[in-house]
Design a protein around this ligand. Structure first.
Ligand SMILES: C[S@@+](CC[C@H](N)C(=O)[O-])C[C@H]1O[C@@H](n2cnc3c(N)ncnc32)[C@H](O)[C@@H]1O
Length: 277
């Protein structure tokens, strides 16, 4: 008889013997109505690739493929779960666009995911944090059923009966020292800006031509919005920069009331980027 002897060790029958399978979380399926809520929270659609880390009987991956038309990958360390997932996918009439891998999610290549779903434990989510932030593309969405990521604050949180869903977007790393030029209509000067970042939270300031605090520096995926006051025509006026980060370059536009929209660009000083966690 199979049994979970404690939270992490499962004994799987193999012939007359047992294989010891060290899982980090026991199998408990997400109720199907909560699966729908998780996929809706991440706005899963046909252009997405959903990875369910610790896929159990495959229900999240199967629903993502069947109802949302997404490509789906389920990963589970327990071979019985993978067999169950494959059988369930077959029963659901799915053979393309879905795959199940019998391996540890800690050792899996997850970089192609556009959405990651989790029903693990907070301590396991916390152990996974660095991998998610290092390997997933900025803009990848993450939904976790019931378990948070401690200091990586969720962007959204919803309660459904006695279930809680948490949502994050992988932020681009905007930390470091950036140099750029303010267009002529806005004063025409060179500036340097320093940004510190912890997960998606940032603190930014202009370092030169003079120290100027940045009121808001918001990063969502690879999109940045900066709001601050600049001296324009001898008056301190609120300006708004928006832009897209691509490696060490931000390209975007800036606006202020009564001023035309202008293009804006800045470049990061080599080796000033810091880890997000
Ligand atoms: C709570 S269940 C969630 C199942 C499914 N995602 C759902 O929400 O219905 C957790 C699953 O993670 C699997 N698991 C635990 N540790 C793992 C690891 N290190 N790598 C891959 N799978 C793991 C377990 O075998 C179990 O099926």
């Amino acid at each position: 008889m199979n049994k979970i002897t404690d939270k992490t060790i499962t004994l799987i029958p193999s012939g007359n013997d047992f294989i010891r399978c060290e899982i980090d979380v026991p199998f408990v399926p997400t109720p199907l109505n909560i699966v729908d809520e998780m996929l809706a929270m991440a706005h899963v659609g046909k252009n997405d690739t959903v990875y369910d880390l610790g896929c159990g009987d495959g229900r999240i991956a199967i629903t993502a493929a069947k109802k949302c038309g997404a490509r789906a990958v389920g990963i589970d360390l327990d071979p019985r779960r993978i067999k169950e997932s494959r059988d369930n996918a077959k029963k659901a009439g799915l053979n393309e666009n879905i795959s199940f891998l019998n391996q540890s999610f800690f050792k899996s290549d997850i970089k192609n995911a556009t959405v990651v779903t989790l029903y693990l434990l907070s301590n396991v989510n916390i152990k996974l944090r660095a991998k998610l932030l290092d390997e997933l593309q900025p803009g990848t969405r993450i939904v976790s059923h019931d378990f948070h990521m401690e200091k990586w604050r969720a962007e959204k949180r919803i309660e459904k009966g006695n279930h809680t869903l948490f949502f994050w977007t992988i932020p681009a790393n905007i930390s470091g020292i950036w140099h750029g030029k303010i267009p002529k209509t806005y004063g025409g000067f060179n500036f340097s800006m320093g940004i510190k970042q912890h997960f998606q939270e940032t603190i930014a300031e202009f370092i030169s031509p003079e120290k100027t605090p940045v009121k808001r520096c918001k990063i969502k995926g690879n999109t940045v919005e900066i709001r601050m006051k600049l001296l324009i025509d001898k008056q301190s006026r609120p300006v708004r920069f928006t832009g897209k980060i691509n490696d060490d370059i931000i390209n975007g536009t800036m606006t202020a009331i009564g001023k035309p929209e202008e293009k804006w660009r800045c470049v990061r000083e080599a080796f000033t980027v810091k880890p997000l966690y």
